[in-house]
Design a protein around this ligand. Structure first.
Ligand SMILES: Nc1ncnc2c1ncn2[C@@H]1O[C@H](COP(=O)(O)OP(=O)(O)OP(=O)(O)O)[C@@H](O)[C@H]1O
Ligand SMILES: Nc1ncnc2c1ncn2[C@@H]1O[C@H](COP(=O)(O)OP(=O)(O)OP(=O)(O)O)[C@@H](O)[C@H]1O
Ligand SMILES: [Mg+2]
Ligand SMILES: [Mg+2]
Lengths: 227, 227
């Protein structure tokens, strides 16, 4: 499903050149459950932005579902994202003046789903992340962990085949984290491909494979057989 | 130093009344190192906002350094915050168009510190959180964990006697987390009072006392003798 070959990402700043990603190569097959780990600043979010078609590499190729996305137009990339990817951002990126329900409905609005069905599906997904009593609240009326769960619900509502989650449990207590990981595991059993960035070994243990980054390079690719 | 008596915080929303804090009482002495834990939505950030003079309770009293802050004007509260409190926010709240250095200098600017001295002290604090090479970068040019460390540096730069940190290691790998906790521990040994919210038992273990919240109530107050 995901084929990364020699991907490099270079930022030019006032004081020179920064290699956020450095010749990264790996393949993720459909239906895998992968964790990405590494120190702060090692390139994890940058890698996720490439996988999520939000950013293009400076060098190398990325094929999603067999298709080289490096040469698609902005509109084509937006369509690929809407149809194939559910993305949980490290910084949430919720609409501040919309309610939790409106935020979660957004991907369904882009997909042209009817108003009644959008409401039903967004409402059900908010129930699944434990926010049944926060649907009419706006982000600034919610705790950090509640905002994070709205971001998770939004990423999952359109039933996309690929789920990319950047630190989805960073603001959650261990009990709520377990509930969210159970949800990701259930979606994985249904056939979804899940790639999540985490700093915690307990969370990475839910995955079958860990990709470890350091200084923009992929330094370790470890699979755990038959879990 | 911190005297909380019967503090209650009620939010009124479209569908009724929400008790974010419910008759919370505890005392923190000067020089203590306290961790606050509890489920997502249990009232931890709301409690921190009261302790940090950013929000006033609906009922009950809060005395900081012997002074009842519930009846201070906005200007007086701002002065108390600038003189006594270093606050690390769960959502960072960095100025997006300022560099890391400018963001960290901000509390010193409010305190009337000279331009040359501000630069020196902000630069030194960024070194201490491992960001020596990011001083000229703006938040959107940094990773999540780097932004979190800028927020930490900003909270510590004015050498305030009370440090309030809301999930300061949520976006940090375990190695960088340890470095940040070593920094808080060092400041604690120098005599600072530290209160930090965390979801992780490993991080709470650095404190000498844990306050556990559930549904807006303080349900457990556990001290670990002689560490
Ligand atoms: N402005 C507001 N209006 C209505 N409800 C609010 C408001 N701010 C917070 N709340 C509610 O108050 C409760 C406590 O919120 P708080 O942010 O203190 O939780 P928390 O313990 O910090 O959670 P987390 O671990 O997820 O950060 C939550 O249920 C939240 O939805
Ligand atoms: N727009 C940008 N301009 C310059 N440098 C950037 C930019 N965006 C990211 N970087 C740098 O690229 C490197 C990788 O960033 P990235 O966000 O991928 O790290 P990360 O592994 O997700 O870190 P964290 O665990 O802290 O979230 C960092 O050193 C960061 O400072
Ligand atoms: Mg990141
Ligand atoms: Mg909080």
């Amino acid at each position: 499903l995901l084929e990364v070959r020699g991907v490099t990402k270079i930022y030019r700043t006032g004081d020179g050149e920064l290699r956020a990603l450095d010749h990264v190569s790996f393949t993720v097959l459909r239906g895998e459950f992968v964790a990405i780990m590494g120190h702060s600043g090692s390139g994890k979010s940058t890698m996720m932005n490439v996988l999520g078609c939000l950013d293009s590499p400076t060098d190398g190729t990325y094929r999603l579902d067999g298709r080289d996305v490096g040469h698609l137009s902005r509109d084509e990339l937006a369509r690929v994202r809407n149809e194939k990817i559910g993305f949980v951002f490290q910084g949430f990126h919720l609409l501040p003046r919309a309610t939790a329900l409106e935020n979660v409905e957004l991907p369904l609005l882009y997909a042209g789903v009817s108003s009644r069905l959008r409401g039903t599906r967004a409402s059900a997904m908010l129930d699944r992340v434990g926010l049944e009593h926060r649907k009419g609240h706006r982000p600034n009326q919610m705790s950090g962990g509640q905002q994070q769960r709205v971001a998770i619900a939004r990423a999952l509502v359109a039933d996309a085949p690929l789920i990319l989650a950047d630190e989805p449990t960073g603001n959650l207590d261990s009990h709520t984290s377990d509930e969210i990981m159970e949800l990701f595991a259930a979606l994985h059993r249904e056939g979804k491909t899940v790639v999540l960035v985490t700093h915690e070994a307990d969370i990475a243990a839910w995955a079958r494979r860990v990709l470890r980054f350091a200084d923009g390079r992929l330094v370790e690719d470890l699979s755990t057989p038959g879990r």
